[in-house]
Design a protein. Structure first.
Lengths: 382, 382
């Protein structure tokens, strides 16, 4: 193997200039400023030239100001730290605020990493089941019931988690209602904002969140992995407690997390990110229009109606029927889109898939729609 | 604060073209191939275009081949995974292999993150004390004594950690002797190779390591944070166990770690990294020559003699004496070097400091030596 390494030298991603409609990727595309930053700061430990003991204390570059002042104001939360991503932030919160054996209550649409974080922290998970399709709604009242179910079994519930929005349907549950129920039950609320922080205006205080996590590579135009965690003063003291063995260092994040270019890309993109959250309503309007056009072609939007997020999940029996006889079978859709330089729907999917038009121009959206239109009209159904 | 964000847009590192002698940074400088890769793959989740469920299974780009075949062969270890860095790898090993309340034995020269990882995993730490200066040696026999001390107190010792080399003095302890002692005591050995993997030829099997961690941003010419963890088949089964709640995903690493450009920079640099480890002897020779020249100027190399690593720790009473009356006081050395476009000694240090000439040319090393020579001869002592 070690004689055949040249293949690793110059790997290309191979979708330059394409229209990318992957919801996972649309919010993580770098700004021009971040592309400059990633090269400028790419070398290992580049941000540590003027280290004074911890990442969040570095003044040159001004990471301290960004993390201590700017991000807390942006998220309307008391304390912020940089993490390796949303999942690592959720684990940090659970690991520091809950005791092994306790239970966390989470929405049934939660990202799989919420379950992993809980399991890794030694916690049980009680899910709030989502309703039937096509809405797959989570009712805030379900949190009350989930807490009661767990307590009825004698379990100690020590955190509620709400995925806002979830990554399957882009559904937005009323967070203040969940917060009220959680707080009435004496349980802190962690909001997973991987798909909201950096896309939508998000205020931890406004949502009633005690802890909030966001994802730089998913929604803050950052080169990942990188994320943020914010917490109320009271919980921040516990999550960001200092080590007993090395008292200068914060224990839960092992001293420093983002000792590289990622944090500088988040900072470089941040002015643009702040601006784009102000235009969130336009993005929602675009999504609704796009979904309406897709439905005219026979696709069916799942989740909230009217839809409140750029992440859209479609069911499309019509494409599934086509796939039964199409050349390349279930890979036909991927290939048809690829021919038109459109990427982002997972190879092999036809019957249901997710997409997003976040930050796409009207013209690009029309290109995508025309592609689906052609695919449907050019192919015979089975 | 949110009205004053332009400052974050185009931050420059400000040391372009400088000679960098920071040991923390010399092994993490990107290769030209990695600089191309970091731009090509900079967008969020760029590596996930053809995700099949986990990072280490991705075939396009060929992450699977790199992690499953190439890295295990390179490290001579059964299983490898990508981590956020060496510290996160050590935590993963401790968290999965040890039970809270147990004790790990570590060398007294260990990086502070070994202590943090143990504390975060709920473990006690028994240190093998380093000898007096200037050698600061760790004797392998000290592991035997540390294990006995802990056991004498009724503690259960469940891991030994050796920092190879340590990050203060660049000392290399005989790992096979430590391994033998650990194994005789029924305790697995974790080797922290943050300063060796990617610099020196390192074989986990050769060292007798059951677990090995390395750092991409420190020693593998990668844009961090990124690291590797390797483990014997037996321990890999426990460290990389799958989740019960989400059986497709590995629990300890929360499913996937490096969902971004970092892994592609590690892959792009890897052919060069393999080659440079073959020339390690030259680097050691360079360090010895450089240290000898520094000693002629009145500086004193600490740690192993003959020295076996590019990381060099100097004591320099002579510079300290100068600093007492120099303009700018203890910052004079930093400023004198900066004037000559040499970076990497922490601002304010004079009496002792670390540096490295790893991968510097003879001419660059001579530039650095001349700088020290001038500083000493141009300044009156206090």
């Amino acid at each position: 193997m070690l004689d055949n390494l040249d293949q690793f030298r110059c790997l290309k991603r191979g979708n330059a200039g394409a229209i990318n409609i992957d919801p996972l990727q649309r919010g993580g595309i770098l700004t021009p400023e971040a592309r400059e930053a990633v090269l400028e700061w790419a070398d290992g430990y580049s941000v540590c030239d003027y280290c004074t003991g911890s990442l969040e204390e570095i003044q040159n570059p001004p990471i301290k100001e960004f993390v201590r002042q700017v991000l807390p104001e942006f998220l309307e939360v008391d304390q912020v730290r940089i993490t390796h991503g949303a999942r690592e932030g959720i684990f940090a919160a659970m690991h520091s605020l809950c005791e092994p054996g306790e239970t966390v209550v989470a929405d049934g649409n939660a990202h799989y990493t919420t379950l992993l974080a809980a399991e890794l922290a030694g916690l049980k998970v009680e899910l709030v089941p989502a309703g039937e399709g096509p809405g797959y709604r989570i009712e805030p009242q379900g949190y009350q019931e989930a807490i009661e179910r767990a307590r009825g079994r004698g379990e100690r519930v020590s955190m509620a988690v709400l995925t806002y929005p979830d990554g399957n349907y882009g559904n937005l549950v009323d967070p203040t209602a969940v917060s009220e129920i959680s707080h009435d039950a004496g349980v802190p609320l962690t909001v997973n904002g991987a798909y909201s922080v950096g896309r939508m205006p998000v205020s931890a205080k406004g949502l009633g969140a005690d802890v909030i996590v966001g994802s730089g590579h998913k929604s803050m135009a950052s080169s990942g992995p990188i994320g943020v965690i914010g917490a109320s003063e009271e919980l921040a003291e516990r999550i960001f407690r200092r080590s007993k063995l090395v008292p200068k260092k914060e224990l839960e994040i092992l001293g420093c997390t983002l000792r590289g270019a990622g944090i500088l890309t988040m900072m470089a993109s941040f002015p643009a990110v702040v601006e784009r959250t102000k235009r969130w309503d336009e993005e929602v309007e675009k999504a609704r229009w796009f979904a309406g056009e897709m439905e005219k072609l026979g696709m069916h939007l799942q989740g909230d109606r009217p839809h409140g997020h750029d992440l859209m999940f479609f069911k499309s029996e019509i494409l599934y029927e086509i796939s039964k006889t199409a050349k390349k079978g279930r890979y036909f859709l991927y290939r048809e889109l690829k021919k038109r330089n459109i990427f982002g729907i997972k190879p092999g999917l036809t019957r249901q898939f997710k997409l997003s038009c976040y930050l796409l121009s009207r013209q690009e959206m029309e290109t995508v729609l025309s592609a689906f239109e052609e695919v449907v009209s050019n192919h015979p159904k089975a």
